[in-house]
Design a protein around this ligand. Structure first.
Ligand SMILES: [Zn+2]
Length: 197
């Protein structure tokens, strides 16, 4: 949506990893294997991939979606941006309540072949929804039970929450209420990007 609106390239660790896997690079195949078995890709690999992407796409502004997620990632990103002489101008924090997270997870669909995730509410899916990337079957994720959600929230509170203070201190943090509908939230994000351009 941001790319269409502003012409700024956007990426996320998930998108980069999917592309590596589609290209069949050794790293892509290895990380696909890791994530398929429920493992997490290391900060080191994520950061390297982000830097490669930045080298190719970061010339005239860029947006990272869902990155960094940890303080070590944020620190690595800082050194990368210094190397590329690209200061970080804006860190948008989407404040979302645990109830909203639970609701959104309940409506999430995942591709059984490639792991792409989307939401039931994000499109008009046919009776048997298929993946826009690989035509694989999209199904409700059944691993998103209460226990998994609890674990993820703990991880978020422990590892991601500290980033708010990190970017607040750097003077670039802006908070948005993410519990509202997509269009309203996108409107707020657009304004922040325009103001920082
Ligand atoms: Zn797929």
């Amino acid at each position: 949506m941001i790319t269409r609106h502003f012409g700024i390239p956007v990426t996320s660790p998930g998108a980069i990893l999917r592309r590596e896997r589609d290209l069949g690079t050794p790293l892509g195949l290895e990380t696909a294997d890791t994530t398929q078995h429920g493992g997490l890709v290391s900060d080191k690999i994520i950061v390297e991939l982000i830097e490669d992407w930045l080298r190719l796409h970061g010339g005239h502004g860029f947006v990272f979606d869902g990155f960094p997620r940890t303080i070590p990632q944020a620190e690595s990103l800082q050194s990368i941006l210094v190397r590329h002489r690209t200061p970080l101008v804006l860190a948008i924090w989407l404040d979302v309540s645990e109830e909203t997270v639970a609701e959104r997870i309940a409506s999430r669909l995942q591709c059984q072949s490639c792991g792409f995730t989307t939401s039931l509410s994000s499109g008009n899916f046919a009776e048997r929804p298929v993946c826009p990337y690989c035509d694989g079957p999209l199904v409700r994720r059944n691993d998103d039970d209460v226990e998994v959600l609890k674990k993820r929230l703990e991880e978020f509170n422990g590892k991601t929450q500290p980033l708010a203070a990190f970017y607040e201190k750097a003077g670039v943090l802006r908070k948005i209420d993410g519990n509202r509908d997509r269009e309203t939230v996108f409107g707020d994000i657009s304004r922040l990007i325009e103001q920082s351009a």
